[in-house]
Write a protein that binds this ligand. Structure first.
Ligand code: NAP
Ligand code: 3JM
Length: 351
């Protein structure tokens, strides 16, 4: 990508849960934006968004939306990415795509800046942002893998409804109100196949032939690609829980060499983008309610797995709209253009 002082940046899906967060993160981190172009469907074209105290009209995504655009952050779903990302690349735009459409494409780098930033520069027009649950897990697994070589991972997720988008957040809100008003029998689930309020659904994305969900297999395949190690064995159970924002994960790791819980804590305290909150005596561990709007990946409950020789259990929590989506995408953009984030912002990020 040609270096410039400032860039014309399009956000595809600008009115969505992730798109809105992308616009906030670009603003907060003073990304060098010459012009911001918010794009969405005909449903919201004409609405306005605010960027750097300026009101900007949302435009409808069209074939010619990318003329003159340097960088496009896509977050409008896989089918929109499949249709429009190649058109953007043809127009000379570099695309950072949040959907699963291109993640496993050999020609497309799949990047978490704390893990494999070098992959960014191998792009041929599209760079993929991994799945939210994968991102927060690999940020923590990478230093453990470098130190003790990971053999196998068993992960169970507790994923917030904002991972599904704005409609799902509204659905949780309405169902919760209805149940508290004794109207449970009148609920008609729309976004999920079952009631999500006061429930846990072991079902994220579609079921595949092997009886795993696509979300579970994303975690398996994306982890191997980002960590550049197909030998890591991983199995996942992904669960949607009635939380608005913040994905939590119980992660069991088996390593080749022994890593004590203390050593692991020390290692993770120094790891980029990771904050350790691990003080069980004082009931301190990462909580979704506490990390909304924060940038790091939080880890706690670090303990040795007493059922095997070299194993650890961890509890990993992050804001799925930020590190799980918008922030990771903007961090990729920053590396791409060589933008140095102000120290004040990094201090907030790594506290
Ligand atoms: P959302 O809240 O439902 O927002 C969807 C956005 O896409 C809205 O801006 C919507 O515009 C736009 N859109 C939908 N159909 C469109 C069309 N035909 N043309 C143009 N724009 C269209 O969903 P979200 O949570 O922000 O997620 C959006 C996508 O991001 C997901 O489908 C997924 O692929 C990806 N995602 C990735 C991660 C990750 O882990 N990296 C996390 C969450 C989401 P309107 O407002 O006009 O309808
Ligand atoms: C479509 O929490 C979630 O449901 C995961 C986020 C998500 C994705 C994704 O990033 O994998 C929601 C909807 C996708 C997708 O496949 O692009």
């Amino acid at each position: 990508m040609k270096k410039k002082g400032k860039y014309i940046v399009a956000v595809v899906g600008a009115t969505g849960a992730v798109g809105k967060e992308m616009i906030s993160v670009l603003e907060e981190r003073c990304f060098p934006v010459k012009q911001l172009i918010p794009l969405a469907s005909s449903r919201t074209a004409g609405n306005t968004i605010t960027f750097n105290d300026k009101s900007i009209v949302v435009k409808e995504l069209k074939d010619d939306s990318f003329e003159g655009v340097d960088l496009a952050l896509f977050s409008a779903g896989g089918s929109i990415s499949l249709e429009y990302a190649p058109k953007a690349v043809k127009a000379g735009t570099v695309v950072i795509d949040n959907s699963s459409a291109f993640r496993m494409d050999d020609e497309v780098p799949l990047v978490v800046p704390e893990v494999n930033p070098e992959a960014i520069f191998t792009h041929k027009g599209i760079i993929a942002n991994p799945n939210c649950s994968t991102i927060q897990m690999v940020v923590v697994l990478k230093p453990i893998h470098d130190q003790a070589k990971i053999k196998r991972v068993v992960v169970s997720t507790y994923q917030a409804v904002s991972g599904t988008g704005k409609e799902a957040m509204e659905e949780l809100f309405q169902q919760t109100q209805m149940i508290l008003n004794f109207q449970k029998d009148e609920i008609k689930p729309k976004v999920y196949p079952h009631v999500i309020a006061f429930n846990c659904l072991p079902h994220i994305d579609v079921f595949l032939e092997n009886d795993y969900t696509k979300e579970e297999m994303k975690m398996v395949k994306e982890t191997k690609k980002i960590m550049d190690d197909p030998s890591i064995r991983l199995t996942a159970t992904t669960v949607r829980v009635p939380v608005f924002i913040g994905h939590s994960e119980a992660v069991n790791v088996e390593t080749e060499t022994k890593l004590t819980a203390d050593k692991c804590r020390q290692l993770l305290k120094k790891a980029p983008g990771v904050v350790v909150i691990d003080d069980p005596a004082n009931n301190k561990y990462p909580l979704a309610t506490e990390i909304v709007g924060k940038d790091p990946t939080f880890v706690g409950r670090i303990r040795e797995d007493e059922s095997i020789d070299c194993g650890l259990n961890l509890w990993i929590v992050a804001d799925n709209l930020r590190k799980g989506a918008a922030l990771n995408a903007v961090q990729i953009a920053e590396i791409l253009v060589g933008h140095k984030v102000m120290k004040a912002v990094i201090d907030v990020e790594y506290k």
